[in-house]
Ligand binder design. Structure first.
Ligand code: TA6
Length: 318
């Protein structure tokens, strides 16, 4: 196992080369009025999806949705203004892809937290439009660099559908000759008006592991309100979570398929200040509700088999 810090999992490109490449991607994948390529901060390539019901912005660096704004509403996702937008560096906010491990690597804590998918350059594979639905598919396959971090062969596909909701499906396929185990998360950062005016429904009665108290097992009693640092992994739960935001007068629904864990995280003030890419007061306008398979909900994949993890995000005023 390579114990050096994670190598940058993509080649640096010159400015000109990047522009040429973006033009080529636009020519191959652009769809007038619905899909376009653009350069984000530090020239990172972004794919903008448009539709009657909203718009979304996806970074090829990390395969990460960084904006989702339903028509007539404020953005649904939170994105730190301090995010660094550098290659091989996690983007703080949106929907990071945590794969092939959630949290610290179980045996090698010096490896990148939340795995390497979110610090890799994903390939743009397909775009298409069907009526009001706009589709995008990204891919990340095993490589010499990834094998240096995790000695398995895989094929990852992220399918994104923008219509009346935003659906992400992360498909993991074992293309090697040995079984492997993954933990994973669509680590969604939701934008709220005021964290202390938010009620989280749908987790009552489920047991969770409290990451702030050595993974102590507890049970959720009633709805969840957040008024301090919170970092919990709810287990064996396939339920939809509803965020009732009385500040923005909005209900957000986080439905899921192929996921038995739901992670709830807010760093609160001290942790937020300690993170250079996290706005000091940003914790007041965000909460992470993560669609995951973590801890005992890990996934074993035999050679030639695959697993799909989906989150379906929707919202309405009220
Ligand atoms: O999902 C919750 C969590 O695991 C927290 O413990 C915190 O570490 C958060 O993810 C953010 O992790 P990151 O590596 O993106 O700073």
């Amino acid at each position: 196992m390579d114990t050096k810090p994670a190598p940058a999992l993509q080649q640096q490109r010159s400015g000109m080369e990047q522009n040429d490449r973006l033009d080529a991607l636009q020519a191959q994948f652009g769809i007038i009025g619905r899909v376009s390529l653009e350069q984000g901060r530090n020239d990172l390539p972004l794919v903008r999806l448009n539709g009657r019901h909203g718009q979304a912005l996806v970074s090829l660096e990390g395969g990460q949705v960084i904006d989702y704004t339903p028509t007539g509403q404020p953005p649904l996702l939170w994105l730190s203004q301090q995010s660094r937008f550098q290659p091989a560096t996690p983007i703080r906010g949106g929907i990071p892809i945590c794969w092939p491990w959630f949290g610290d690597h179980p045996d090698h804590p010096q490896l990148p937290a939340h795995g390497f998918a979110r610090i890799s350059r994903w390939q743009l594979l397909e775009t298409r439009v069907e009526g009001d639905s706009t589709y995008l598919q990204l891919g990340l396959d095993s490589s010499a660099e990834s094998r240096a971090l995790w000695p398995h062969d895989f094929q990852l596909r992220l399918s994104i559908c923008l219509d009346q909701q935003l659906t992400l499906t992360l498909s993991s396929r074992n293309t090697g000759g040995r079984p492997f185990t993954i933990t994973e998360a669509l680590h969604s950062y939701f934008r709220v008006g005021d964290i202390e005016q938010l009620t989280i429904h749908g987790l009552e009665g489920f047991s969770y592991r409290d990451k702030l108290q050595s993974l102590q097992e507890k049970t959720q009693v009633g709805d969840l309100r957040i008024s301090a640092e919170t970092d919990r992994v709810y287990l064996d739960s396939a339920s939809t979570v509803r965020l009732s935001d009385s500040s923005l007068q909005r209900q957000i629904h986080v439905a899921k398929r192929g996921s038995l864990s739901t992670v709830v995280w807010n760093p609160w003030d001290q942790k937020a200040r300690a993170m250079v890419d996290f706005d000091d007061q940003g914790f007041r306008q965000m909460v992470c509700i993560e669609t995951a398979n973590a801890l005992s909900n890990r996934i074993e994949l035999a050679p030639g088999t695959s697993h799909q993890l989906s989150c379906i995000l929707s919202s309405e005023a009220g």
